[in-house]
Ligand binder design. Sequence first.
Ligand code: SF4
Length: 325
Amino acid sequence: MTAEKLLEVKNLKKHFHVGKNQVLKAVDDISFDIYKGETFGLVGESGCGKSTTGRTIINLYNSSEGHVQFNGQEVAHIRGRKRKDFNQKVQMIFQDPYASLNPRMNVAMCIGEGMDIHKLYPGKKREKRIHELLETVGLQKEHASRYPHEFSGGQRQRIGIARSLAVNPEFIIADEPISALDVSVQAQVVNLMKNLQKEHNLTYLFIAHDLAMVKHISDRIGVMYLGNLVEMTTSEDLYREPLHPYTNILLSAIPVPDPSIEQTRDRIIVKGEVPSPVNPPSGCVFRTRCPEAMDICSQMKPVWQEAKPGHFVACHLYEETSHAR
Ligand code: SF4
């Protein structure tokens, strides 16, 4: 991992007003950096705010508070020519390969659209580039004249990847890019993304609810719960030495490939449902489901702190003033 920072997210909040005096805290004060060439995985259950984070970073949503800087520039303030550059450098791959491609556009049009907007590859270069991209993602140039409905889910996601690559991005936000795909196809798409990262020196924000797949592709991982980041460290550390009780629960839900171990191992069963982000619990947002909750957990929000070098956690179990240790 190189140490050059590409993206800096600082105290980011995205709140939605959803009714009279009601505020949905989709993202509630999160901070993390992404370094050039790495894959940062953002993981958590559905509704935890991970997709909203991705969309706020790319400015599809305006942030409520906090900062997002890309290459040192405040994203919300980028205007004019620089905004066009940003839109070229930062691309998004969406979850649903069925909905994300316009059914009335053939593959060449889908892939070429961004190239036209950014005036890249004019004339004959355009067609050549589209054919190259199709081959890059494991399809054939003959597919260029076909329409999205003629492809499987995995093939459509490959077209989505080709479309994002078409404008030579630096940073790709992949929002649940494999969730809608068959398990057999998921690994193929992840491996394709890994190979493309090496070839094109890409940086990824990989958003998913499946920790097993996130581990496979990520250098570092942030775990989100109810709009908050609760733990962040390297992928290896998160598996070897998870700190937060919620991370432990997510890890225990991953099946072990060896059936004899899988049948006998203990799983941590998480109690209850995810609370509403409109009315989150006081103190630690995870306390209503946490097997280790203490009195202090309902009274004070745990501080986001570096428990070990590069390993961050928000939990009273790791605070020096905690009564737990
Ligand atoms: Fe559990 Fe308390 Fe830690 Fe929250 S702060 S995760 S409730 S132990």
